[in-house]
Design a protein around this ligand. Structure first.
Ligand SMILES: Cc1cc2nc3c(=O)[nH]c(=O)nc-3n(C[C@H](O)[C@H](O)[C@H](O)COP(=O)(O)O)c2cc1C
Length: 141
């Protein structure tokens, strides 16, 4: 079974309330658990950053649904590639509000976020740095 990961960023369509975010997360958690998808979903100042990993067919199918979800727009794929093993063992979410302060404290990304950039401005290398920062616990509330 081929494992892949797909990383993208996007912008919320309308102002999503904390309740809207929780509904989205609960749906995603439930579905991902049954589809063998792991990863993270971060939300900061109206922008999403998501890592999806799992069997290629499941990840592609999910990404194609997410891409056209009316809750967000400018869905921009940053990474899509085969992986040897998963980075995340479960489905987790950075606290819905990742703060600017937290982003500014990250090694290798502080200049980028300090220059007023957001998740949509990330490139492949920075996307992977952000993913690993989260894994190492540097972004958790
Ligand atoms: C930012 C964002 C992230 C999402 N992440 C997931 C996810 O990880 N897993 C999931 O099943 N759905 C996720 N969704 C929801 C999907 O777009 C879609 O609504 C869901 O897969 C249900 O589709 P279905 O009713 O056609 O099965 C996400 C939506 C948005 C806007």
């Amino acid at each position: 079974m081929e494992l892949i990961h797909c990383i993208y960023s996007s912008e919320q369509h309308h102002n999503m309330s904390q309740d809207d975010l929780h509904v989205l997360l609960e749906e995603a958690r439930r579905a991902n658990t049954s589809n063998g998808i792991t990863g993270i979903l971060l939300f900061e100042n109206g922008y999403f950053f998501q890592v999806l990993e799992g069997p290629a067919t499941a990840v592609v199918e999910l990404y194609n649904k997410i891409r056209v979800d009316p809750r967000h727009h400018t869905v921009t794929k940053l990474v899509g590639a085969p992986i040897q093993e998963r980075t995340f063992t479960d489905w987790s979410m950075g606290y819905p509000g990742v703060t600017r302060e937290a982003l500014l404290s990250l090694d290798g990304l502080n200049d980028f976020f300090g220059a007023g950039k957001c998740f949509l401005d990330l490139d492949e290398g920075r996307a992977k740095t952000l993913m690993l920062s989260f894994k190492e616990g540097n972004l958790r509330a």
